[in-house]
Structures are given as structure tokens and as C-alpha cells.
Design a protein around this ligand. Structure first.
Ligand SMILES: [Zn+2]
Ligand SMILES: [Zn+2]
Length: 159
């Protein structure tokens, strides 16, 4: 992960990774809000840090989401963009509504979810979420890449 020491954080905050999600990934600091935890989980997926994604699940969800499955999913996707739409929280529980975009094979996918977070032993953890279904977009190699780069897909996010 040293190559990312001086680059923008994958969570889309426009901050340097070292000042944004990296201290959470290394355990040097803890998420202060559900949104911070959500962003750090997205960037962990983008960086294929399956262990962090696993650790930040609520304890009741960890058996159903083993590290190996998180890793397989992260490895098969190219994550491009996170948009946080809304968030609210109190001392014990919080919600973050977001859209996450990623490529899976030759499909451009959007996960639109309202996630629920709870505090466990003083730390924010991801419990579950309500998903709004969004149709995947099939991309041809000569189409414009849906990530917004303006390049052809085959010169951009194609495998
Ligand atoms: Zn970040
Ligand atoms: Zn692209």
C-alpha cells in the first residue's frame, strides 16, 4: 500500500489517502462517524483490504461474511466512485445512504444502499443495509467508459 502514500483517497474525499482512510485501515485511528466508517470500507474494497472490511462488520455479521468471500468480491471488481447522498446518526446507531460504482467483468454496476451502522464496544460497525436495485450497464470495448474519463472503455477500465 506504500504506492498510495501520496495519492488521493479512493473514497473520493479529494484528500490525500494518508490523511483520510489510511489511518483507519492501519488502526492508528477509529472512525468517528458512520460516514467515515462507510468511506473507509469502500476504500478498503478498492484497495482489496478484505481484512479491514471483515473487521468493520458488526460481530453478528462476521460469520456470514468470511474474509475469503470479501476478497473474492474485491478482486473481481474495479471500484471507481463513491457518492454519499445522506447520513444521520445518534450515539448508538446511524445510517448512510450512498451510491458506489464499480466494474464487474464487462458490466458497469451501481450499488445504491442505505446502510445501517451500530456502535459495538465504542466503535462504529456496519450492520446491514437496504438496497435499491439498479440495472447493470453492459459495455462494449469501443464505448465511452462509464467512469467519466472520456476515454474508450478498452483504453480505460476494460480488463
Ligand atoms: Zn478516504
Ligand atoms: Zn474508465
Amino acid at each position: 500500500m506504500t504506492s498510495l502514500t501520496h495519492s488521493l483517497c479512493p473514497c473520493g474525499s479529494k484528500q490525500d489517502y494518508s490523511l483520510c482512510c489510511q489511518p483507519l485501515h492501519t488502526g492508528d485511528s477509529q472512525a468517528q462517524t458512520p460516514e467515515q466508517l462507510m468511506r473507509s470500507r469502500f476504500s478498503a474494497y478498492a484497495l482489496k483490504d478484505a481484512k479491514y472490511v471483515f473487521t468493520t462488520y458488526a460481530q453478528s455479521q462476521q460469520t456470514a461474511n468470511p474474509v475469503s468471500e470479501i476478497k473474492d468480491f474485491a478482486n473481481s471488481c474495479r471500484f471507481t466512485k463513491l457518492s454519499v447522498l445522506d447520513t444521520e446518526y445518534n450515539e448508538q446507531e446511524g445510517f448512510v445512504e450512498f451510491k458506489a460504482n464499480y466494474f464487474y467483468q464487462n458490466l458497469y454496476c451501481e450499488l445504491h444502499e442505505k446502510s445501517r451502522f451500530i456502535k459495538e464496544n465504542g466503535l462504529w460497525r456496519y450492520l446491514d443495509g437496504e438496497i435499491t436495485p439498479v440495472a447493470d450497464i453492459k459495455i462494449g470495448r469501443n464505448d465511452e467508459c462509464p467512469c467519466g474519463s472520456g476515454k474508450k472503455y478498452k483504453k480505460c477500465h476494460a480488463i
